[in-house]
Design a protein around this ligand. Structure first.
Ligand SMILES: *Cc1c(COP(=O)(O)O)cnc(C)c1O
Length: 397
């Protein structure tokens, strides 16, 4: 579908349902088929020649894309209002391939701290081994970002909201600082989704999402996506063709299905997140709540300016230390205990135990991962039930 046609689909949910989908589908089906094929064959050598010369837009081999994936990419591009989109097998494949596409030995990378754990590990180990130096700056501190820029800074990778503290980066300011330095701004917008935030409109060069979270939305798939102008996505696509972390056709189908209800789900996640944050903020057994929708959050004004809603993830500190925190988590009956976020089922987890267990307590605390930190990723259950469950669990401690 051409970008002009995409613009005809004005509303976000209309685009969620219809963008990228041809009306003329295999066997008159209403849904996009899962095209389970690794090869896409040619009629004759003349067609092959046309294709190689770029005169025919079609597929060739599954590592370079499949038809179900293409439809999901069109839909995502329409939702993020991006010229181009490229899907990956996982969010980390999207993050690492994008970084490798734009960085070489001797280059400098700036990453906002409080970032996804494996993104930090990739910068500190693999990129360091290849001769790329990384500076971490406090998310939300644009002065620190400006100070960190060097002549050889090629990429700034910002997450907003961040994980797990839900800090907010002023994306328009970050884009301006990055562009002034001739670098590229990549934004991991997973926690926001294209429904809550559109970094490209604020000047970002590339948006990245883990599709595993809100985009898929049902805790049943792994996916990643990068979105931006064709000339920015192009080098990432070339490198994906070499590295091979392509999305599987069936997974692309599940993602397509999830995307159709994105706005409905995210509205509910936003509502639940805010309700949980408000409830916990006033609870005597809670020390502190991190949620950008609260007016006590340090980045609330920036969040309001650049976001439609604030998402379903709420992090908070339980009073009186580790034992009480673990007892509280184990007393919850509604959420599942585990990592991840963005699915219909609520999930709760203890970052210090699961994700940061390889660090010493002192190292964890430097990252703000204290023993009493809990991350609650609200699903789409009813707000009253989530709050009642939190209330009874807090009574046990
Ligand atoms: C989950 C997540 C990733 C990694 O995505 P996977 O699909 O698990 O590989 C990257 N960034 C953020 C912010 C995430 O939440």
């Amino acid at each position: 579908m051409s970008p002009e046609k995409r613009a005809d689909l004005k509303g976000f949910s209309t685009r969620s349902v219809h963008a990228g989908e041809s009306r003329d589908k295999y066997a008159n089906a209403i849904t996009t088929p899962v095209v389970q094929s690794s090869v896409f064959v040619f009629d004759d050598t003349a067609e092959m020649k046309q294709y190689v010369a770029g005169k025919k837009n079609r597929l060739e081999y599954g590592r370079y894309g499949n038809p179900t994936q293409r439809v999901a990419e069109e839909k995502l591009a329409a939702l993020e209002e991006a010229q181009d989109a490229l899907l990956f097998a996982t969010g980390m494949a999207a993050v690492t391939t994008a970084l490798l596409a734009f960085l070489s030995g001797g280059d400098h990378l700036v990453v906002t701290d409080d970032c996804y754990r494996k993104t930090r590990v990739f910068s500190e180990t693999t990129l360091a081994r290849l001769g790329v130096e990384t500076t971490f700056v406090r998310a939300g501190d644009c002065e620190a970002l400006a100070d960190a820029m060097r002549k050889n800074t090629k990429v700034v990778l910002a997450e907003s909201p961040t994980n797990p503290h839900l800090y907010i980066v002023d994306l328009a300011r970050a884009a301006e600082i990055t562009a002034r330095n001739g670098a590229k701004l990549l934004v991991d917008s997973t926690f926001a989704t294209p429904y809550n935030q559109q970094p490209l409109k604020l000047g970002a060069d590339l948006v990245i999402h883990s599709g595993t979270k809100y985009l898929g939305g049902h805790n049943d798939l792994l996916a990643g996506v990068v979105l931006g102008a064709e000339q920015v996505v192009g080098p990432v696509r070339d490198l994906q063709g070499q590295l091979g972390p392509t999305i599987d056709p069936h997974c692309a189908y599940l993602l397509l299905r999830g995307l159709k209800t994105l706005a409905l789900r995210v509205d509910k996640h936003n509502k639940n997140g805010l309700a949980i944050a408000r409830f916990l903020e006033n609870h005597p057994k809670i020390e502190r709540v991190y949620y950008p929708g609260l007016d006590t959050h340090p980045d609330h004004e920036v969040a309001k300016k650049q976001m439609r809603g604030f998402g379903g993830v709420v992090s908070f500190l339980v009073k009186d230390g580790l034992e009480k925190t673990l007892l509280f988590i184990d007393s919850l009956t509604l959420p599942y205990l585990g990592p991840s976020l963005g699915g219909v089922e609520s999930l709760v987890y203890h970052p210090a135990t699961l994700t940061f267990n390889d660090l010493s307590k002192a190292e964890r605390e430097k990252l703000g991962i204290t023993d009493n930190l809990v991350r609650y990723a609200a699903g789409i259950e009813d707000e009253e039930d989530i709050i009642a469950d939190l209330e009874q669990a807090l009574r046990t401690i």
